[in-house]
Design a protein around this ligand. Sequence first.
Ligand code: UFG
Length: 326
Amino acid sequence: MKILVIGGAGYVGSHMLKRFQDTNHEVEVLDNLSTGFETNCLDFPLHKCDLSNREQVYSILKNKFDLVMHFASFINVGESYINPQKYYENNVINTLNLLNCMVDLKILNFVFSSTAAVYGEPKSNLVSEIHPMTPVNPYGHTKAIVENILKNYDNAYGLKSISLRYFNACGAHSDGTIGERHDPETHLIPLILQAASGRKNKITIYGDDYPTKDGTCVRDYIHVMDLAEAHLLALDRLFQLQLSDVYNIGNNEGFSVKEIIGVAKKITNKKIDIEIQSRRKGDPAELIADNQKIKLELNWTAKHSDLDKIISSAWQWEQKLLTFNQ
Ligand code: UFG
């Protein structure tokens, strides 16, 4: 199959490219390199292009792709409140540009990186795919809008898609060559590890008064290699059944911020200073995946998402990043 990976230079996209190295798929990458790294694209052909450039996107897509995977979006919830325009323009309008080019060229298979943020404040302990999409922040809204567009585009134009709703992506590749590298970093696990390595002087906990086991937010942490595997299974399913669908990718288990810090202390054997601050806007208290659907229908299991493994791999990566920054 000939596949275009959009956003392959980024965190999840680069783990997908690594996974593709062990397959027979013919893969090319489209990325504007605004936040990603060219070296993450390995030996796959890279088209340096911004999705807002419809003509260029169209001419790249003309190279007869069977399927497009779309990893390129802005993901910072806090920033999406401050600069919603940036989020709606890139995550919605640019994605619409892409979909319109695909429909024009009859490329009708699409795998989309969605998010657990589409659920908003969950109404049950475990969130399944039938939970309504009621996002509480602009970032979540952008992804919910695209999911709705995808339903309409299937009905009208036969564009078949699988949307994968990631819970908290984390960890680094087991071979130590790639990992999470956002600038600025806002995600919990890399920030804790920066506090352990000395790149930061402490970790700030945003709120310890949530109605959770220890007052701090609970999340479902899923290793990025398990995410990549789910995408591979999703594209096989899409090609075989030609049915649009949505799947959670999570571990069915929640850990609090304090629990994550506890495990990080154990793995790193370092002192990690903590500061408690007030709640961050747009953070649900608890977000845990019901992952039955992806297990049953895609035969997916999480192989790397044991918390010790996640944090060990991220710690190995943090030590590599330290050498980049010296
Ligand atoms: N947190 C802290 N201190 C920090 C950073 C985070 O206490 O310095 C807390 C947050 O308040 C939250 C938890 O740690 O409760 C996890 O925060 P992250 O920023 O790591 O991740 P989020 O849960 O906010 O969001 C992530 C992705 C989103 C995605 C969401 C889906 O960044 O894109 O998971 O669950 F939508």
